[in-house]
Design a protein around this ligand. Structure first.
Ligand SMILES: Cc1ncc(COP(=O)(O)O)c(C=O)c1O
Length: 396
């Protein structure tokens, strides 16, 4: 980010605050493998387990339920594949119910299960706000027959359009049918209170770098009554996951959670209120700059992530807007994956029923704890030119 610019892509990755950097780099000096029995190993194990307890206490789970992983993608793969295999061995049917509009980690893992493991993947429709409604899940379970379903997976909050799902109600429906639920809570972490025990989920995926922790560090909360076959075989250091444990990664994740949730003395609600104020300023400014811009996803708390604003701009290509804003020092995102350098139209917007030409004009802004008013100013100053530039490029 240039001094006069703005970083408005915290959902892609959020910069590491100084306090987290200090905790993380100090922990990198830890001597010893936490699985070793000598004193150095035991000290490393103590550091690791303290971090695990701290993370678990902020997620409403038991430390024994918290499996540290190498990020959200690994957590999701372990949940989907591991639970699928364990459930199939226990006699469950091959149907996997996945909400439409999930993150690519879920989509690709589910398609792999379908293409290579005999899974029958059913995409459960989401509504125009990007939300999986309890009625839609109930209908999908009834259509499939509960005994035929191995698992259900959906987002806690949609990482593109920011809508929050009714997680407890959805989990209750699946639990009543005896089906385990995996929830991808990567986008919700730090912005919404997450209580695993209360949610009723069987498994929940998280990632550290979305809240200013280290990249390549994540967690899968796996309920004590849920079985998952491992993806990685080896020393069985953790339940369902082998590999030497990343002590510094766990410390960095714990420090990021401490800051994101307790915010060093600033109450979480006050931080969220400030995030919402900045986001609402941004939304009002975008609407003033282009009254034809359409806000996507659920609008207003508590149905929307406080740090997310998402629009489609008629007649524009989202990637042109990202390019033109970048030239003005503003980082934003189309919100969808670029695979092999080719920008794709968002599968989330398409699943919400947005027509393809409209979905092509998507632009997502995501704010974080260090977002300032002058970043919103920088965006709003750069936006009118970016929109007219993108629109005239779109007309050629
Ligand atoms: C909702 C969601 N799930 C999963 C992931 C993957 O997490 P990671 O980058 O830690 O692999 C992301 C990151 O983009 C995400 O936004």
């Amino acid at each position: 980010m240039t001094p006069a610019g703005a970083y408005l892509d915290h959902a892609a990755t959020s910069p590491m605050p100084d306090a987290v950097l200090r905790a993380y780099t100090d922990a990198l000096r830890t001597v010893g493998n936490p699985a070793s029995t000598h004193s150095d190993g035991q000290r490393a194990s103590e550091v690791l387990e303290t971090a695990r307890e701290e993370i678990a206490s902020r997620l409403g789970c038991d430390p024994a339920e918290l499996i540290m992983t190498a990020g959200g993608t690994e957590s999701i793969n372990l949940a989907l594949k591991g639970i699928y295999w364990a459930r199939r061995r226990a006699g469950a049917g091959p149907i996997v119910l996945i909400a439409a509009g999930e993150h690519h980690a879920t989509v690709e893992a589910a398609e792999w299960l379908r293409d290579t493991q005999g899974a029958d993947v059913v995409w459960v429709p989401i509504d125009a706000e990007g939300v999986l409604r309890p009625e839609a899940l109930g209908q999908a379970i009834a259509d499939a027959g509960a005994d035929n379903v191995a698992l259900v997976s959906f987002l806690w909050a949609n990482n593109e359009v920011g809508s929050v799902l009714p997680v407890e109600a959805l989990c209750r429906i699946a639990a009543d049918a005896g089906i385990p639920v995996h929830v991808d809570a990567v986008a919700a972490l730090g912005q919404l209170p997450l209580d695993f025990a209360r949610s009723g989920a069987a498994a929940m995926s998280l990632s550290a770098h979305k809240i200013g922790g280290p990249v390549g560090v994540g967690a899968l909360v796996l309920g004590r009554r849920t079985s998952a076959d491992p993806l990685l075989h080896g020393g069985s250091q953790q339940r369902a996951r082998s590999g030497t444990q990343n002590v510094a990664g766990a410390v960095g994740f714990a420090a990021a959670m401490r800051l994101a949730i307790d915010a060093d003395g600033v109450p979480h609600e006050a931080r969220i209120t400030e995030l919402q104020r900045l986001r609402d300023r941004l939304v009002a400014g975008v609407r003033a700059a282009d009254p034809s811009a359409i806000a996507r996803g659920a609008q207003g708390a508590p149905d929307r992530l406080p740090g997310n604003a998402h629009f489609t701009f008629p007649g524009c290509q989202g990637d042109s807007l990202v390019f033109l804003l970048d030239a003005a020092g503003v980082s934003a995102s189309v919100g969808s994956a670029c695979q092999a350098g080719v920008a794709e139209i968002s599968h989330v917007l398409l699943a919400m029923g947005v027509p393809e030409p409209e979905a092509a004009g998507a632009l997502r802004f995501t704010l974080g704890p260090d977002t300032r008013d002058d970043e919103i100013d920088a965006l709003l100053a750069a936006l009118p030119r970016a929109i007219s530039g993108a629109r005239s490029a779109g007309l050629n």
